[in-house]
Design a protein around this ligand. Sequence first.
Ligand code: NDP
Ligand code: MG
Length: 382
Amino acid sequence: MKNVAVLGSTGSIGVNALDVISRLHGRFNIVALSALSNIDILAKQSNLVRPKIVCVGDEALARKAKSAMPAGTRIVHGLMGLREIVVRRDVDMVIFAVSGTACLVPLLDAIENRKGIALANKEALVSAGPIVMSLAHKNGVNIIPIDSEHSAIFQCINGRSENVAKIYLTGSGGPLLDVKREKFDSIPAKLILKHPRWRMGKKITVDSATMMNKGLEIIEAKHLFSIDENLIDVIVHPEAIVHSMVEFKDAAIIAQLGVPDMRLPIEYALTFPHRADAIVKRVDFVKVGSLTFRKPDLKKFPCLGLARAAACADGLAPAVLCASDEEAVKSYLDGEIKFSDIPRIIEKVLTLHKNVRGSFSINDVLGADAWAREETKRLCYH
Ligand code: NDP
Ligand code: MG
């Protein structure tokens, strides 16, 4: 029986993770849960799984949550609360399902303390990839990706990374794939939040619409599989059945396929290196009919190009990209900026940033992150 902490348990991945764990009957014991502000869902989850400790966004929320939690549950808050959870002796494995860079420091703590890592969050790896990966190597920690493309690549490579020639990172193309660019700004946010294939949190759904999600995934793959970004090709695959493919040096290609349901990569990350019984539906190829592939339109989706440029620039550029995107998406969802402002503002912030190449510290990353947020807010709210 493994003891698991689920950080971001009230979100889309978090809820799916709890469902997977409940279906894996008695193999995992949930020790900790966390939310930012969604106390109602957190309380429901806690009364069901009875964790020893829960974390919420701040002290006021912690006080508010008290009466709703089962007796004896320790309630902590903020960054320090997450940090306390991941270093607990009774935690064997941490599922990182928090969105944004907020879980970067707890991720480093968990790696330092040699916890098993099931990583859904991509922003931490994008911002501080070299730091996260070198700490993982130093501590002999295997980071198991939950992001569906990276789970696919992980399964395809299957430990034979020296033979990899190329990665095909697939993406459904998001809700605006077949919409004309001129119409982007007139589409209400609530329609953009309806993804054709996946039910996800708001931030990643907007990122799918701008295709920044695929851009962040290039950087995520670059670090996870230590492969040059030029060897990572993005291809649009609207059916979302092929979750990514790896081409080996002899031109053989191995792909991982499955229905678009995050519970499969979550289950795999939890049970790796073994496979458990299916929780998700099986693919019905006859029903699917055909699998199609297209080239992404970089003019329509400039975020993809911005992310690739940040990947090439390296240094702190990815941290700036990531933080600027998070703030720009927030402003868009708050109705402060138009959809087409998102790439425009991120590009401006990247241009203003004086990049530092070579090695950098976690404080450098946090500094670049804070700077990029301020600049982005200034441009969004001026
Ligand atoms: P959601 O927005 O649905 O959930 C985010 C979770 O993190 C919630 O529990 C939220 O709490 C909590 N949270 C948000 N901000 C903070 C913060 N600053 N500090 C602490 N906790 C916080 O996101 P998703 O589940 O969609 O995504 C989670 C991560 O997984 C992202 O990094 C995303 O890119 C990645 N991912 C998601 C996929 C998906 O299918 N959803 C697919 C692949 C990757 P509260 O509910 O209280 O707001
Ligand atoms: Mg993905």
